[in-house]
Design a protein around this ligand. Structure first.
Ligand code: SF4
Length: 363
């Protein structure tokens, strides 16, 4: 563990003192135990004197307006713009990380000009966004900043989105998700060996979070699995994952199989062939899952939403762009009247596929 660099230090929640004098962070299942002036594995939560602090409160790696479909969320306010930001660091160590420049960032001084919760909510509203997403790196590690920002967003009439690996303790998740309207949770693989060897975490903890989220029922949940050739893309693993989702979470939970591109420490692996994504989708549909998608590829058939009642196309998509809309004003199929699962409005948004970076001025 590294020595603390002075930065903005915000009092952290969820920690306790151990008998040997170390402080244990209780935010994620890693439960880092810290001597004075040490940082946790995530690098952004640290011991400062006799207390734990968050070193990235109010500081972001960048702001961008994205299509909500990019999170990916296909059943939450489709077609709308989402004000997106992250900070630095991560509590997993995925060798295949697709955002490693942010999640592995140790140079916190490079984070953008400060942006407090109220500023973020005001900017998102002014720019016409419908929601604010904590994304690019896992918001679990900046819980205090995310919660305060989510509160400000709700006060401003905006929804909140978490893009997360679900690696959070039972103690911390109640407060965190109380302020979240929709989450995309990475289910990175379906074996403990995959999580242990490639992510430095435990599958069982992520499954606990998913089951809890569905049981609580206040957060709209979608799942993403990045398929990495030769690592987590076997028929048997996809079969086991899909069966578990159907049995434990329900057939209405959308599942996204997305394509890997060589990155970070796994540059020797080839990109995921589109046929692998299509095969995975077929396996999951075979288990009764109603909304299964291919992602990070050009595949309008695999990216669209279909009615489980009559098979009609409910939402046509081409990458992040909506191409057709077959829902009525309350989210039912216009052909047969079957209700679709999700958070829909009378009409879809019209944001399209564009990304728009946003610069905050220093205060
Ligand atoms: S949130 Fe960070 S400091 Fe806390 S247990 Fe997880 S990795 Fe360690």
């Amino acid at each position: 563990m590294d020595t603390v660099i002075d930065g903005s230090l915000f009092p952290a929640r969820y920690w306790h003192r151990l008998a040997d004098g170390r402080l244990q962070c209780d935010v994620c299942p890693r439960l880092c135990k810290l001597h004075e002036e040490q940082r946790g594995l995530c690098f952004v939560r640290a011991r400062h004197g006799d207390a734990m602090v968050l070193t990235t409160y109010g500081r972001s790696s960048g702001f961008c307006i994205d299509p909500i479909e990019k999170k990916p969320l296909n059943h939450f306010l489709p077609g709308t713009p989402v004000f997106s930001f992250g900070t630095a660091g991560c509590n997993l160590t995925c060798k295949f990380c697709q955002n490693w420049d942010i999640s592995k960032a140790r140079e916190i001084e490079k984070l953008n000009a400060p942006a407090g919760p109220a500023q973020i909510a005001a900017a998102a509203r002014q720019l016409g966004c419908r929601s604010v997403a904590f994304t690019y790196n896992d918001p679990v590690i900046f819980l205090e900043y995310a919660v305060d920002t989510a509160r400000a967003c709700h006060e401003a009439g905006l929804r909140t989105v978490a893009v997360t690996a679900g690696y959070i303790t039972a103690e911390a998740r109640g407060e965190f998700y109380q302020h979240i309207d929709a989450a995309n949770v990475d289910l990175k693989g379906f074996t403990e060996s995959f999580y242990r060897n490639l992510c430095g975490g435990r599958l069982s903890d992520v499954l606990d979070t998913l089951v809890w989220l569905r049981r609580e029922g206040t957060v709209w949940v979608e799942i993403t699995t990045l398929l990495i050739p030769g690592e987590n893309d076997s028929d048997s693993e996809i079969d086991a994952l899909s069966r578990w989702v159907a049995a434990e979470l329900g057939v209405e939970v959308p599942l996204h199989f997305t394509a890997f591109h060589p990155d970070w420490r796994m540059r020797q692996h080839p990109p995921t062939p589109p046929a692998t994504l299509t095969r995975a989708r077929e396996i999951a549909v075979g288990h009764g899952l109603r909304y299964v998608y291919t992602g990070n590829v050009h595949d309008p058939a695999g990216g669209s939403t279909y009615c489980h009642g009559c098979g009609a196309t409910l939402i046509g998509r081409d990458w992040y762009e909506l191409t057709s809309w077959g829902l009525d004003a309350i989210g039912r199929c216009r052909v047969c009247g079957t209700q679709a699962a999700g958070v829909f409005e009378a009409a879809p948004g019209t944001w399209g596929r564009k990304r728009q970076p946003v610069q905050f001025q220093a205060a």
